[in-house]
Design a protein around this ligand. Sequence first.
Ligand code: NAP
Ligand code: F7E
Length: 383
Amino acid sequence: MGKVALITGITGQDGAYLSEYLIKKGYTVHGIKRRASLFNTDRIDHLYQDPQLNDRNLILHYGDMTDSMNITRIISDIQPDEIYNLAAQSHVKVSFDTPEYTANVDGLGTLRILEAVRLLKLTEKTRIYQASTSELYGLVQEIPQKETTPFYPRSPYAVAKMYAYWITVNYREAYNMFACNGILFNHESPLRGETFVTRKVTRALSRIALGIQGEVYMGNLSSKRDWGHAKDYIKAMYLILQQDQPDDYVIATGVTTTIRDFISRAFKEIGVIVEFRGEGANETGEIIGIDKDLFVDKIGEAYLAAIQSRIGEKVVKVDPKYFRPTEVELLIGDATKARTKLSWEPQYTLDTLIKDMMTSDVKAMKKEAYLRDGGYRIMNYFE
Ligand code: NAP
Ligand code: F7E
């Protein structure tokens, strides 16, 4: 019989990729979803509809990380072999507005999982993966960051995740539990939440190219992130729980890039050349040229004249409302331990990640443009 996994945060980016990955490996996957006033299972709905995947292998339960009894009951009913604790209020900027809630979900939520496993006497059976984060390094004390680099969290999110990191280590040491931290650096995909910077950019640039958005307002363009693809990173989560001994691992690509450069590369992917000028809140990104063949190939002939008429216009601007009270300026990870001990290797580069995200968002935004125009652009949508 296949293994049983419980994924908290199954409706999020990582939960969606991980659940598909585990079902394909023969797992029965249980997930905790929140009650919402609108449908919130878009990212996993296809798992029910795919005839290749047995829909009985995916079972959803209503729940919330703030509700100890709910979590304990679900774990008691399921008796999982593995728990992947991915649920979190995961937006760093939002954590400054909702610090107590973020601490409750991201910090105490992890304790609730660990304590439920302990009280239910499942410590020998159930392995636990905790979604730790490169945000723990915050004001970095070492470059690049690895498992032994001291933490210096810079947001309520990161401080909550620091509690979760250490309570996971503590339960491992105190109760001999198979509980592990994956210290994952930023990972993105077409399923990334729309308010994280990469997805905000790939959506906005697609809309600008299609003429349905004029410009995009950004925050700090100079911060640097080590971005990988979520499809590569969920494989590391799985590998971490398959080892003989529980341990903590950094998962990263080892390449860091500014937000500014990410925007330039995403524009370049569709044949739009931008140049950045100015500093801080006065910095702007201006269209300085179009690679016609590439633009026609990626976006469509019908949109070419409109984008060419915008050469010389500023399409990226800065709005200080997106600045954070304390910023994490530089992240770059050293995943040597994961590469060596887990044999983990990312398949995607930053350019193939950008290509994947732009292709997906251009397609989605063409559909939006088509619907907005009442079918007028039908030829372009289907080209
Ligand atoms: P995400 O897309 O924001 O997904 C978060 C998930 O948590 C969603 O399913 C969300 O449900 C759920 N959730 C939020 N609050 C909850 C609550 N009170 N009770 C139950 N569920 C709740 O995040 P992600 O990018 O997939 O990241 C997965 C995990 O890895 C998170 O813990 C994140 O902090 C951590 N992490 C992410 C990255 C990254 O770069 N992506 C890097 C390091 C660590 P709804 O769908 O209902 O909102
Ligand atoms: O910001 C800057 C912003 O929100 C990245 C979460 O998954 O990864 C994520 O946290 C950078 C920051 O991700 C905008 O100031 C500029 O320097 O995409 P982000 P994050 O804060 O790194 C870590 C590993 C996690 O664990 C988290 O859960 O981009 N930035 N302009 C902007 N950021 C946003 N969101 N929006 C902007 O307009």
